[in-house]
Design a protein around this ligand. Structure first.
Ligand SMILES: Nc1nc2c(ncn2[C@@H]2O[C@H](COP(=O)(O)OP(=O)(O)OP(=O)(O)O)[C@@H](O)[C@H]2O)c(=O)[nH]1
Ligand SMILES: C=C(OP(=O)(O)O)C(=O)O
Length: 222
């Protein structure tokens, strides 16, 4: 595609089965863990859909509760092939290309509850310049966004130390200032506190307040 030609983005967001989700938050979230995972994913998707270059969000999940909640915020939901995270993303990307062959396809993590649409727009504008690109997470170990221009191969390498994996595979690392909300993934209680400091969406805040006020909690989350 010539560089002057513009295109929109379809973002693919993977959401694991809730019984297996956010295990690193088990102790902190207790009985609220599944609700927290859904709230975080819904806030992430809602913010992504408010970002003008994002034409649609395809959620890949095998979980009926997550599927209902995410449809409710406007996602197009497809079933999980149940062959792991990157297979789920490739499946979602196939659906993305079927829906909008001329658009770019991005993979966005589902655990970005502080996501700001304007910051995501900065990331997508930068990603539009490269065949394949990615944004490292706040810890500079993992990845929160991976994108491919229209027609480029979509080959996500998420999982564990995915920043290095994406670099080794030749995807362009996006080195950007002022996009903290897109890099602030939430896996641990410290991550959740950092996201709360940035300012999270209303659903995540409501569950975090319930957790913070749970009887027996010694260290309030907020
Ligand atoms: N659809 C789908 N999503 C997945 C799968 N594995 C992981 N994910 C999602 O990919 C992102 C990163 O997953 P993980 O870090 O492995 O899991 P997590 O639930 O965030 O946290 P932990 O349980 O603490 O590891 C999350 O948004 C998950 O929901 C999968 O097999 N299918
Ligand atoms: C899967 C990843 O993220 P995390 O395990 O940190 O959620 C990743 O960064 O590739």
């Amino acid at each position: 595609m010539p560089p002057h030609q513009s295109f929109g983005w379809t973002l693919v967001v993977p959401v694991k089965t809730l019984v297996a989700a956010k295990t690193r938050l088990s102790e902190a979230a207790g009985p609220h863990r599944a609700a927290l995972a859904v709230a975080i994913a819904c806030d992430t998707v809602e913010a992504a859909l408010r970002c003008p270059p994002v034409a649609r969000v395809v959620v890949v999940t095998g979980d009926p509760v997550a599927a209902d909640a995410l449809s409710g915020v406007g996602a197009h939901v497809v079933a999980d092939p149940e062959a792991g995270l990157n297979a789920a993303l490739r499946h979602g990307a196939g659906e993305a290309v079927r829906l909008a062959p001329g658009d770019a396809v991005g993979a966005l993590q589902a655990d970005l509850p502080a996501l700001r649409p304007a910051e995501l727009a900065v990331v997508l504008a930068a990603a539009a310049e490269f065949e394949q690109s990615f944004l490292p997470d706040a810890a500079e170990v993992g990845t929160t966004f991976y994108g491919a221009r229209p027609g480029a191969a979509f080959a996500p390498g998420f999982g564990g130390e995915s920043r290095d994996r994406h670099l080794r595979r030749g995807a362009k690392e996006l080195c950007l200032n002022g996009v903290d909300s897109v890099r602030r993934d939430v896996d641990t209680p410290d991550d959740l506190r950092a996201a709360l400091t940035l300012g999270v969406g209303s659903r995540t805040l409501a569950v975090a307040e319930r957790i913070g006020g749970s009887p027996g909690r010694e260290t309030p989350l907020i």
